[in-house]
Design a protein around this ligand. Structure first.
Ligand code: NAI
Ligand code: MG
Length: 394
């Protein structure tokens, strides 16, 4: 196979710290690739009025695979205030580059595995009837529709007259008829059959490829009859093509309860955008939180892999860095899986598991310390030491 070129987009803050660590691990595991740097983040907003320059979009269009660290976003007034004086008043407005990237390449399938590594002090535990504790093995993979639903961004405060007229044609609108327009905000939850089918198909395909026995669709079709209804219909239709894999249905609210009662029962989970956002954060909290939460954004052509965490600005200047590189390294594993390099991905995950199980090298988050320069003296490993330990286990 032709040698791969990976577009690396470190971005801001700790994105610049953790991405090179993931590349060290990829090189140590013998993954053969070239890396080209892609500009993204706050500096490019300040100096160019665009946090995702066209040249980075061109690189992704050409090479198809991106590894992304994290970016810093700020409120509208801060963004305007920090824009370079030479660019002010010229019509620039800030957009989140990661959202822009997802929309531009239609990265509609978001995958967020939540895997517990035994021995991680941050793992969810529960009390047994005999008074002892047990640590259930969590291995849930959330498939979140990434572009539609309530996050599609179709919303208004004080909707224009013609929009309000359209709402008034709905029989349930009666309850809001007398609300003064300026006191009314509305978001539309948009679901399409084709995107629902794609995310459900991706979820089942993943379950088949990695041997999961069930796919759980987590929606609310008893209340959101049209939108969750359509999503559920598509899930059922897709399920017929995967006879060996059970389709379970849960409601989002019940799921939030079940996942702290019996998280080990869930395999692949599929949801629309906001429910997927919520349920994947909830599962991530059971397996170590932001230091462990990885994700893939998959489109038909382009795929971008990133940790769930942001740029953690309060730690960006710490040298040596103290943040946990595992979320970024696991994101690189997702990239390897996507490229068919499953054996290398498994080797890395086994190495991480060995380091966590041994418990000698732990970053500050794993020790439940408040982050700061002192944590190294308190026994925490630095970012580099954690990566070194993982590489040593490969
Ligand atoms: P954050 O995820 O950057 O940090 C929250 C806290 O989580 C940190 O202060 C730190 O205590 C902990 N943390 C994060 N990553 C960690 C790691 N690898 N190891 C150990 N601890 C870690 O979220 P926050 O503070 O809300 O946002 C900071 C900036 O990041 C903002 O500008 C925000 O807009 C941006 N952001 C970007 C995202 C992205 O690039 N996809 C996602 C989330 C936030
Ligand atoms: Mg989120």
């Amino acid at each position: 196979m032709a040698r791969r070129t990976i577009v690396t987009m470190p971005g801001d803050g700790i994105g610049k710290v953790v991405l090179p660590e993931a590349i060290r691990v990829l090189q140590a595991v013998g993954f053969d690739a070239d890396y080209v740097h892609g500009d993204i983040g706050w500096d490019f907003w300040i100096h160019e009025g665009n946090a995702l320059p066209q040249r980075t979009i061109d690189l992704l269009t050409q090479h198809k695979i991106g590894l992304f660290g994290a970016i810093t976003s700020k409120s509208k007034d801060k963004a305007d205030a920090e824009l370079s004086p030479a660019l002010r008043g010229k019509g620039y407005s800030y957009f989140s580059p990661i959202v822009t990237m997802r929309q531009h390449f239609n990265l509609d399938v978001c995958v967020r595995p939540c895997l517990s590594f035994p021995g991680n002090p941050l793992n969810f535990i529960r009390r047994k009837p005999d008074g002892g504790f047990e640590e259930p093995k969590v291995n849930a993979v959330v498939f979140r529709q990434n572009t539609e639903g309530l996050y599609a961004g179709v919303e208004w405060t004080n909707p224009p007259e013609h929009v309000r007229k359209a709402f008034e044609s709905h029989k349930k609108w009666g309850a809001f008829k007398s609300v003064p327009p300026e006191e009314l905000a509305v978001s539309l939850r948009i679901i399409t059959r084709s995107a629902s089918r794609r995310i459900c198909h991706a979820a089942f395909e993943y379950a088949r490829r990695f041997g999961y026995k069930s796919v759980t669709i987590c929606e609310k079709p008893n209340v959101l009859r049209e939108t969750s209804g359509m999503f559920t219909e598509e899930a059922k239709r897709v399920a017929r093509d995967f006879p060996g894999i059970a389709l379970w249905e849960t409601n989002i609210d019940a799921q939030m309860m079940w996942l702290t009662k019996n998280p080990e029962d869930y395999g692949v989970i599929v949801c629309s955008n906001m429910f997927g956002d919520i349920v994947s954060d909830a599962f991530a909290g059971l397996v170590g939180g932001l230091g462990f939460a990885c994700s893939a954004n998959l489109g038909e052509e382009v795929a971008v892999f990133e940790p769930t965490h942001g740029s953690a600005p309060k730690y960006e200047k710490l040298s040596p860095s103290i943040v946990n590189p595992i979320a970024m390294i696991l994101s690189a594993c997702l990239m390897l899986d996507h490229l068919g390099e499953t054996a290398r991905s498994e080797r890395i995950k086994r190495a991480i598991a060995a380091v966590v199980a041994e418990g000698r090298v732990r970053t500050y988050d794993m020790l439940r310390l408040a982050g700061g320069p002192d944590v190294l003296r308190q026994g925490a490993a630095s970012t580099t030491q954690m990566t070194d330990a993982i590489i040593a286990k490969l």
